[in-house]
Design a binder for this molecule. Structure first.
Ligand code: CAA
Length: 380
């Protein structure tokens, strides 16, 4: 798809950064299970950790299309780096930008946008995944502060994060109605990382289980109105899902590019396997799914830029791009055959990394729930 010139420039910059700074170490990020601090520093210096944050709060002053392009280009080489940027931006900085007071924005956004601090989002719990409204973490009013107690699960960036958006109930209810949102400094006493998950893919991205044990949160750190935290969570996830769709698109492109190149180089039956129609049809379907994913992501990003409702479009984008990434990376292994199944070839990593995009920030089933609910609402 043709992009406006300013987006093409950014895409070129992001592509060059990804190929020179991320590509050469993507394999070792996967093996070592860690994104080097030096890379995070460079992401901050380039403005990629604060793309859509206005310049007055220390960001790059770009928009949501720029952000999607950056996540796609980083994920094309390394999905772990892509999700570090995505969760940090969409799930931590965006709710502060959108629901925060001017004081909260001034206090938190500059250090996040520069990468001095990394952000995370704490909604899920051991017994509250897709049913996020059933969370049981409590925030008790202690007069001059809130006291938070509970356990949070599957927290992307949980190990590195300096700032967290935490959802807790200020009123005991069985449903979402008592939930409020808070900005929490993770160096406050009582913030305890109790487990770092061993995972199938995105091994360079930390996924933490965190216990909140009497964490003292200043009164001024309530984010948005009390007991309206579920709306904060849902609106945040609408944007987050665009980021995960862009991550999935990057993974699919990485896998496709490699399979395409391999099919031209691999000689069987006296010719490159790309001369075989059976391979060409696979490559054609990969290319089509990638192009369709991109259009859905750009549509959702464009609507977000224009402040036009995008809940339906972000669910479309995440559902389609995640399933496309899984399909494309599976077929990329098929094209590369026995070689593709080994750890020497990157398609094996793209295949493992693709799976999570069908799970986090709302499973593919939850995206279908959101899509159907939006369409049915429209019919009323
Ligand atoms: N924007 C703003 N508000 C919204 C909204 C949206 N898109 N969708 C719903 N709401 C509001 C509604 O207006 C309603 O609020 P009020 O009563 O104040 O009007 C409230 O939310 C409840 O709405 P519903 O009855 O429609 O919601 P529900 O209880 O049926 O749940 C759901 C809907 C789609 C299943 C939701 O629970 C959901 O998205 N679940 C998945 C959670 C998820 O994605 N978790 C991932 C966590 S992040 C992660 O993966 C970790 C990480 O670090 C990456």
């Amino acid at each position: 798809m043709l992009l406006d010139e300013n987006y093409e420039e950014l895409k070129d910059l992001a592509k060059k950064f990804s190929d020179s700074e991320v590509g050469p170490i993507a394999m070792s990020i996967d093996h070592e299970g860690k994104i080097p601090a030096d890379l995070v520093k460079k992401l901050g210096e380039t403005g990629f950790l604060g793309t859509f944050i206005p310049e007055e709060y220390g960001g790059a002053g770009m928009d949501y299309m720029d952000y999607s392009i950056v996540v796609e280009e980083l994920s094309r080489n390394c999905a772990s780096t892509g999700v570090l940027v995505s969760a940090h931006s969409s799930l931590c900085m965006w709710p502060i930008l959108n629901f925060g007071t001017d004081e909260q924005k001034k206090q938190y956004l500059p250090s996040l946008a520069s990468g001095e601090k990394i952000g995370c989002f704490c909604l899920s719990e051991p017994n509250a995944g897709s049913d996020a409204g059933s969370l049981t973490t409590m925030a008790e009013d202690k007069g001059d502060h809130w006291e938070l107690n509970g356990v949070k699960n599957w927290i992307t960036n949980g190990k590195e994060a300096g700032v967290a958006i935490v959802f807790a109930k200020t009123k005991k209810t069985d449903d979402y109605k008592g939930i409020s949102a808070f900005i929490v400094d993770t160096n406050d006493p009582g913030w305890n990382i109790i487990k770092i998950e061993e995972k199938l893919g995105i091994k360079g991205s930390s996924t933490a289980q965190i216990a909140l044990d009497k964490v003292k949160v200043p009164k001024g750190n309530l984010l948005g109105p009390p007991e309206k935290g579920f709306r904060v969570a849902m609106a945040t996830l609408d944007g987050g899902r665009i980021g995960i769709a862009a991550q999935a698109l990057g993974i699919a492109r990485g896998a496709f590019d490699y399979a395409l190149k391999y099919s031209n180089e691999r000689i069987q039956f006296g010719k490159p396997i790309s001369a075989l129609q059976g391979i060409q049809f696979i490559l054609a379907d990969m290319s089509t799914k990638i192009a369709a994913s991109r259009l859905l992501i750009y549509d959702a990003s464009h609507r977000k830029n224009k402040k036009i409702p995008y809940s339906l479009q972000s669910a479309h984008a995440k559902l389609f791009a995640a399933e496309a990434a899984m399909w494309v990376s599976t077929k990329a292994i098929q094209v590369c055959g026995g070689n593709g199944y080994t750890k020497e070839y990157p398609v094996e990593r793209f295949f493992r990394d693709a799976k999570i995009t069908e799970i986090y920030e709302g499973t593919s089933e939850i995206q279908r729930v959101v899509i159907a609910a939006n369409e049915l609402k429209g019919l009323k």
